[in-house]
Design a protein around this ligand. Structure first.
Ligand code: ZN
Length: 309
């Protein structure tokens, strides 16, 4: 079935939608309750670097978790049409919460019964204020600019809500069984020599080190390609010979460049896929790049030995 070009619904979508609406309602109820405990505590108003609606993104992640969790449990492949449904429901959920809050305010303040929801929303948006954390100075009422922050809040919430479903979309999936694959094994290959300190004046040693690093990197990339080739050709002896050179994860993590070869398999039929990823650097300078992917059948995944570390 090719559902990339047409809008299609599955039976499981009912449960996914129901679960997502429940987590959305709970997340927004949580925001509401917290703001009632302390009037200044508005998670939706947390911004990072003035413009990134960090609080709304966090609330969105919680709101969208039900969509992601039940999609995963029911083996529903996340595709464009499901993401579109989720996005629409997140926006409706956000709008409903605003409306519910308004009707609650009407009960509390009878004068509000004379105005409509949209009038209230407009006034409350224009009278929003922005203040830096721990400082008492405020911008004063934002006026029309309040709409920019309303927009950022909604956008952050919607983007946050799609985070978990999008993570699922990138997960390996068995089309035949209609389930998400699971991680079966990971092997680590070196693509660098261990770091060592060399005095800056010792150019000969520095050059030798750079040379060693370069050839270790090339060697690592070659070895990972050979591993993928062995998987493609179902060559078990060749595969075993290469994984015998795999490093324990702790050792691999210390290297400047290391290659992760992950085997995901289907929990039902054991068909799988190898994914090789190059990881470089550490901490906030770390980056990852997928370098190869190779589907394999159950006969192969069952006959290779498990990773030792
Ligand atoms: Zn399967």
């Amino acid at each position: 079935m090719n559902d990339q070009h047409k809008f299609s619904m599955h039976i499981s979508d009912f449960w996914i939608m129901a679960a997502g609406m429940v987590t959305t309602a709970l997340a927004l109820l949580g925001v509401y309750l917290l703001s009632h405990v302390d009037g200044d505590f508005n998670i939706m108003g947390w911004y990072a670097l003035f413009i990134i609606p960090a609080g709304a993104i966090l609330v969105g992640i919680a709101a969208g978790s039900g969509y992601g969790l039940v999609s995963w449990l029911m083996g529903r492949k996340v595709n464009g049409s499901l993401l579109a449904i989720i996005l629409v429901l997140l926006v409706i959920g956000y709008g409903s919460a605003q409306y519910v809050e308004f009707t609650g305010m009407q009960k509390e303040y009878p004068t509000l019964r004379q105005i409509s929801f949209f009038q209230y929303y407009d006034v409350s948006t224009r009278s929003m204020t922005f203040s830096l954390s721990r400082s008492k100075t405020s911008t004063g009422e934002l006026g029309i600019l309040g709409y920019l922050f309303r927009f950022l809040e909604l956008a952050g919430f919607a983007v946050g809500g799609l985070v978990i479903p999008l993570m699922l979309k990138s997960k390996a999936y068995c089309e035949g069984c209609g389930v998400y694959m699971r991680k079966k094994d990971i092997w680590w290959l070196a693509a660098a020599v261990p770091n060592r300190k060399i005095p800056k004046k010792d150019t000969a040693a520095l050059n030798a080190y750079a040379e060693e690093m370069k050839s270790a990197f090339e060697n690592g990339m070659n070895v990972s390609q050979l591993l993928i080739k062995a998987a493609r050709e179902r060559n078990i002896p060749a595969f075993q010979e290469i994984i015998a050179r795999a490093l324990p994860v702790k050792e691999a993590q210390k290297l400047e460049h290391r290659i992760e070869v992950r085997l995901n398999t289907c929990p039902r039929c054991s068909d799988g896929i190898f994914i090789a990823t190059l990881h470089s650097g550490h901490g906030d300078k770390s980056r990852s790049e997928k370098i190869a992917g190779q589907p394999v059948d159950s006969g192969f995944t069952r006959s290779i030995p498990p990773a030792t570390a």
